[in-house]
Design a binder for this molecule. Structure first.
Ligand SMILES: *[C@@H]1O[C@H](CO)[C@@H](O)[C@H](O)[C@H]1NC(C)=O
Ligand SMILES: *[C@@H]1O[C@H](CO)[C@@H](O)[C@H](O)[C@H]1NC(C)=O
Ligand SMILES: *[C@@H]1O[C@H](CO)[C@@H](O)[C@H](O)[C@H]1NC(C)=O
Ligand SMILES: *[C@@H]1O[C@H](CO)[C@@H](O)[C@H](O)[C@H]1NC(C)=O
Ligand SMILES: *[C@@H]1O[C@H](CO)[C@@H](O)[C@H](O)[C@H]1NC(C)=O
Ligand SMILES: *[C@@H]1O[C@H](CO)[C@@H](O)[C@H](O)[C@H]1NC(C)=O
Ligand SMILES: *[C@@H]1O[C@H](CO)[C@@H](O)[C@H](O)[C@H]1NC(C)=O
Ligand SMILES: *[C@@H]1O[C@H](CO)[C@@H](O)[C@H](O)[C@H]1NC(C)=O
Ligand SMILES: *[C@@H]1O[C@H](CO)[C@@H](O)[C@H](O)[C@H]1NC(C)=O
Length: 815
């Protein structure tokens, strides 16, 4: 009883400038606003008359009803003193001790000094934030009981008899639909939604319900039932948060101690644009057994890299229940009492995680919390393209770039973000409104807008986000979403690109005309080809065969039917690799496929053309015309004035020509069988017969012949030596020298000639032998020079070898 007295003096002592209030006044209490049964007030309406002393929170002077007031007996002198004052710890402690229901600390007082029968008592309104107190002090001074009524919304909720002890009153509470509730009271409750509105301990209306990851199963029972949606580049996690992936890595969607053996991964890849990656496949990794189950486009499922044939009846594979229907594939597994269901339709993955309620399962990965750092969930070393979905074609010598590498692409002028936003906002409208009570459409709208403002609305993307929301809605409630597809112009759900299997560098796409599906090139893979306008890799010329490989998806995007392509000879069509979708054309000497040989600039060129079927009866063209020329060539060596002493009587020159590789040698013999080679020690006599062989190795006799065009001797290393003696000219033996015989010239890849040894008069030096060789394309024509009556025949059309790809070869004799 002593302490309130002390408090009183303390309060009075702290009081600032007091204001005298009489009659009717409006007082500003905005420095310490009072929250009275859930309503916050910054003004007081005071009325003092001969009947009552009334302090109202709402406008007493204009309101007839719904008054929030404190009404007491009339005061002496028709006036009171008013004051506001800052909190002090002693007063706060006094009140908190007296009113344990007050949970916060005093912010300040509004105080009135009121005289009754000559005694001044103190009436305090304490600002406790969302709570408030009404305190009367110095009440021991009163001679008779004074009755104060607390009126809320015009109803008296409590009557206070003031005399003797100080009076502490908690005037906190909540209001809901005109009804007052004390802190801690349940204001409304719906067992069907498990939701209730509660007046909290601090007098705040709070709605409670199942956790964000839970669903109401009726009867106020919550069960854990959360759904994570991954579609396009976006992830909508179990909590409804959205994030998006901007690279081509694999990301962990779900792992953690609640599912100790499981890691669900999402593999993102680019499709039409280099700067946007979309969900491409989903992998379930079972840690203990090391099993990988990959759900791919087209409803394809691979278990440890072998394709599984699935149908609607569930199949149990390594503890995972796998099934497939026309909408997609589903993998289901039970781990530690939680069911995990992973659904994938080729574009959208949805993970549903169910189990007992009450605690939040600790889940890592983007579905657990998509706002957590992306780099934590990224698994760059685990790339989907490592999977055996066709060999990835990598350009020579360039290691594939990291999956985190960022690309830019030109803006797509067909995208109108306003239209996209409008489209995505369909989720705000009926019939989707049916679902709003249990599934907030906002994250789906965000994901939809972000994607469709950056990526063209093709390949079903226009409906993808609506479909994802509709599916979540149908999983969460029994209410059927009626007729949204016809409203949004979407067809019934089905596996995207069912049974169309594309290679790793391709993705399945909807053709703009006809709605059929085809495999198109991924943007990054295709960009070097598009940049150079090529359809494939450079010609490979190898061991006298030529081949060209065209990229199937590049042909596809140009609308070229690969089966209509062939080489010059129409029977030579390309070989399509079923795994890599690469189309290869070949020609070689056994089947030249109409290859045409021409000689240009010291080169013998073999050229063929990939072209479309041109039926002779067609006068019109209905398809793109294709002419892709490719060629292989022999380049001849540029042997200038090299002279060789006859140490070893052969000269060998290694030639790498284009990609066709051959050697050319010249060798001298002393016998017609070409067995006794002229060596350093060999004594060659004047007029002795010498055989000289021009030999090549590595040329294809079916394609090419070697023609010795001319051979001459000089006394100097230079073929332009001042002394010159011709042995062979224009492919024929010098008619002036009867000892010269040319054998097999232009008939094969080797030939030889013979002559009788001579020397230059008045020159005791060396003899240098020079030959000029031509390569001649054998195709369709004779390469053998016509030597009898050559002068008359030389201009005939058949004598074409002369201009073709000449080479010099030189050898020398020393005395
Ligand atoms: C796999 O399981 C082992 C123990 O069972 C654990 O140490 C390891 O971290 C797990 N790995 C992943 C990727 O979950
Ligand atoms: C589904 O596949 C399984 C195994 O391949 C087969 O036994 C079953 O008959 C199939 N069911 C249907 C409905 O095709
Ligand atoms: C898991 O799924 C099975 C079969 O659908 C069901 O019987 C079981 O009640 C589910 N368990 C949980 C925890 O949801
Ligand atoms: C998600 O992760 C972010 C970043 O780590 C963190 O700030 C946030 O609180 C997390 N959200 C939830 C619901 O755990
Ligand atoms: C999109 O809407 C904004 C504001 O309504 C308008 O200013 C803008 O021109 C619109 N853009 C297009 C491409 O329609
Ligand atoms: C085309 O090639 C085929 C098969 O090698 C051959 O039989 C045919 O004669 C060739 N046609 C022409 C016009 O060269
Ligand atoms: C050319 O042939 C030689 C001998 O067979 C070989 O060593 C060389 O590597 C070949 N060069 C090319 C480019 O194929
Ligand atoms: C030989 O003569 C030809 C033309 O007569 C000339 O092009 C060539 O350079 C000469 N070679 C040498 C080594 O003098
Ligand atoms: C080959 O001979 C045929 C028939 O004589 C002719 O039609 C064709 O044009 C010739 N090809 C070349 C490359 O000379």
């Amino acid at each position: 009883m002593l302490r309130p007295l002390l408090l009183l003096s303390a309060l009075i002592g702290l009081a600032g400038a007091q204001e005298t209030v009489s009659d009717s006044s409006v007082l500003d209490i905005s420095s310490f606003p009072i929250t009275f049964y859930g309503q916050k007030y910054e003004k007081l309406y005071v009325n003092i008359n001969s009947e009552t002393f009334t302090v109202c929170f709402n406008n007493y002077f204009t309101l007839e009803k719904s008054q929030d007031c404190i009404v007491g007996p009339p005061v002496d002198e028709g006036s009171v003193k008013f004051d506001t004052t800052s909190p002090d710890t002693t007063s706060n402690q006094m009140i908190r001790d007296a009113l344990p229901t007050i949970k916060s600390d005093l912010k300040g007082f509004v105080e009135f000094f009121v005289s009754y029968e000559g005694s001044k008592i103190q009436m305090l309104l304490g600002d406790y934030g969302t709570q408030a107190v009404l305190v009367f002090l110095n009440t021991h001074l009163l001679k008779s009981v004074k009755v104060f009524n607390v009126v809320v919304s015009g109803e008296t909720v409590s009557t206070l008899n003031i005399k003797g002890r100080p009076s502490y009153n908690d005037i906190s509470g909540c209001r809901h639909s005109g009804v007052l509730y004390k802190p801690g009271a349940v204001m409304s409750s719906d067992p069907e939604t498990c939701s209730s509105l509660v007046c909290s301990e601090t007098a705040v209306s709070t709605s409670t319900g199942c956790r964000p990851t839970e669903r109401c199963a009726g009867n106020n029972i919550c069960i854990l039932d959360s759904i994570c949606t991954v579609t396009g580049p976006t992830v909508i996690d179990f909590l409804g948060q959205v994030n998006s992936v901007d690279d081509r890595c694999a990301y962990s969607l779900m792992s953690g101690s609640s599912v100790p053996d499981l890691n669900v991964l999402a593999n993102f890849q680019e499709r039409r644009r280099k700067d946007v990656s979309l969900l491409d496949s989903v992998t379930l990794r079972l840690n203990k057994t090391g099993v990988h189950i990959q759900l791919e486009q087209g409803g394809r499922v691979q278990v440890d890299n072998s394709v599984l044939t699935l149908n609607s009846s569930a199949q149990l594979v390594k503890g995972v229940e796998l099934s497939k229907d026309q909408t997609g594939v589903t993998a289901k597994l039970l781990i530690s009492g939680y069911n995990t269901t992973v659904f994938f339709d080729g574009n959208t993955a949805q993970i549903r995680f169910t189990g007992p309620a009450g605690k939040d399962p600790s889940l890592q990965g983007l579905c657990g919390n998509s706002s957590s750092s992306l780099s934590e969930a990224r698994l760059p070393q685990y790339s989907a393209s490592n999977q055996s979905r066709g060999t990835v074609l990598t350009l020579c010598c360039v290691s594939p770039p990291s999956c985190t590498m960022q690309y830019t692409d030109t803006a797509d002028s067909t995208i109108n973000c306003n239209t996209s936003t409008e489209r995505c906002n369909l989720l705000k409208e009926a019939p989707f409104t049916t679902c709003h009570s249990h599934t907030d459409p906002t994250p789906y709208i965000t994901a939809c807008t972000e994607t469709l403002c950056n990526y063209p609305a093709v390949d079903g993307l226009n409906c993808q986000f609506l479909e994802a929301y509709a599916r979540v809605c149908s999983l969460r409630s029994n209410d059927k979403l009626v007729d949204w597809r016809s409203k949004a112009g979407c067809s019934p759900p089905q596996v995207f690109c069912q049974d169309r299997i594309c290679s790793a560098h391709e993705f399945c796409a909807e053709k703009t005309v006809g709605g059929e599906h085809s495999c198109l090139c991924r943007a990054i893979f295709a960009s070097p080809y598009r940049l150079t306008g090529t359809f494939g890799e450079p010609t490979v010329c190898d061991k006298n065969s030529g081949s060209v490989t065209l990229v199937g998806c590049l042909l596809e995007e140009k609308g070229i039917d690969f089966s209509s392509l062939h080489l010059n000879n129409q029977t030579c069509t390309g070989q399509m690799n079923e795994l890599t979708h690469m189309l290869t054309f070949n020609f070689d000497s056994s089947n030249t496929c109409g290859t045409v040989a021409t000689a240009e600039n010291n080169q013998l060129i073999y050229k063929n053309t990939i072209t479309t079927q041109n039926s002779s009866s067609d006068n019109i063209v209905r398809h793109n015309q294709v002419y892709i020329d490719f060629s292989c060539f022999y380049t001849l060596p540029d042997i200038k004035t090299m002279a060789f002493k006859i140490k070893d009587s052969s000269v060998i020159q290694q030639i790498v020509s284009g990609a066709w590789n051959y050697t050319l040698s010249i060798k001298a013999y002393t016998d017609a069988g070409l067995t006794q080679a002229v060596e350093l020690s060999t004594e060659v006599q004047l007029d002795q017969k010498i055989w000289v062989e021009m030999k090549t190795d590595g040329l294809d006799a079916g394609l090419v012949a070697v023609v010795t065009d001319s051979c001459w001797a000089t006394n100097q290393a230079s073929p332009n030596g001042s002394l010159r003696y011709d042995l062979i000219t224009k492919g024929c033996a010098n008619p002036a020298d009867q000892t010269v015989k040319v054998v097999g010239n232009g008939l094969g890849t080797s030939n030889y000639f013979s002559f009788n040894m001579f020397s230059f008069p008045r020159s005791s030096g060396d003899i240098y032998l020079h030959c000029k060789l031509n390569l001649c394309g054998r195709q369709n024509k004779s390469c053998a020079p016509s030597c009898n009556r050559a002068h008359r025949r030389r201009r005939s059309a058949r004598m074409k070898y002369e201009n073709e790809a000449p080479a010099f070869i030189t050898m020398a004799w020393t005395n």
